[in-house]
Design a binder for this molecule. Sequence first.
Ligand code: SAM
Ligand code: SF4
Length: 336
Amino acid sequence: MTAPLIDPFMRPISYLRVSVTDRCDFRCVYCMSENMTFLPKKELLTLEELDRLCTAFVDMGVEKLRITGGEPLVRRNIMQFFHGMSRHLESGALKELTLTTNGSQLTRFAKDLYAAGVRRVNVSLDTLDEEKFAKVTRWGRLPAVLRGIDAALEAGLRVKLNAVALKGFNEDELFSITEWCADRGVDLTWIEVMPMGDDIGSEMRLDQYWKLTDLRERLSDQYTVTDLPDSTGGPARYVRLEETGQRIGFITPLSHNFCESCNRVRLTCTGDLFMCLGQEDYADLRAPLRNHPGDDAALEAAIREAITHKPKGHDFDYSRQKADGKMMRHMSHTGG
Ligand code: SAM
Ligand code: SF4
């Protein structure tokens, strides 16, 4: 291992999120438009390039790797990449290999993911109502995802549901989703909707914005809600529901500033490294990767240089009743 990555604000970079594709078999309304134009294949990092890049990060102290997309499990031969990464788990350099998925392909891949060393998966699911599910994902079908979650649990994977809190959409499911998770031993995290993407419209996003402080308030109508101390350094805050013992997470990038403890960077499927989800600044790592096929020195230098540009924090702000600091990127590009 070489010297660890430390940013200008003395934050060690130990967590890399990697988007392995911009494609998806769903078209969630807050994430993609219905007619997406995807990147030409030559723009994408190959699986071998992704391996080389991730390995470079692991060599520089990244201990947690989260694979995301688009939908990571629709990338052709993606299991080859997971199996490749498992060597870093075996060596002890990597502490955790995990993924965020829409769940549609888990019946096919759950066992293989476990075999590659994955122990936890995040499944994005905003509603347990078939019709509403079809509406919010446009192309998704709930039964396939539910079968996927069952397959993951059977394979021994710990499952966490990520639900985007949407005003007037899943407010009425707050307790049914909570109970559903409790019954299955599935963790649950609520995410505030973020002002991402260009053609989906920031006004619509504002309408959909359901503040998690309000959601937490409502939970306390039915449960004793205890705040838990921050343990992850990430954007999630946790509470425990005393009656069920469940831990519920809240990811509030807009109403809670978590930047001071940020330990993560994000890599897109084209090799752009975003130092912050809420800033436009990125570094191209594909050029040093492709220009120096047999030698990682230039790549390592480019990564170290990029980390010196990690900003202190982001600028999202809904408080002035318009989506300020709105990013023109789609979430499927930076990988959520
Ligand atoms: N396709 C996979 C999935 O849906 O889990 C992984 C990629 S998806 C972009 C990652 C996460 O971003 C999902 O949990 C999704 O709900 C969330 N997401 C997408 N657009 C969002 C937005 N505008 N605001 C908040 N979360 C968003
Ligand atoms: Fe696909 Fe995930 Fe975006 Fe939904 S949130 S469109 S499943 S990438």
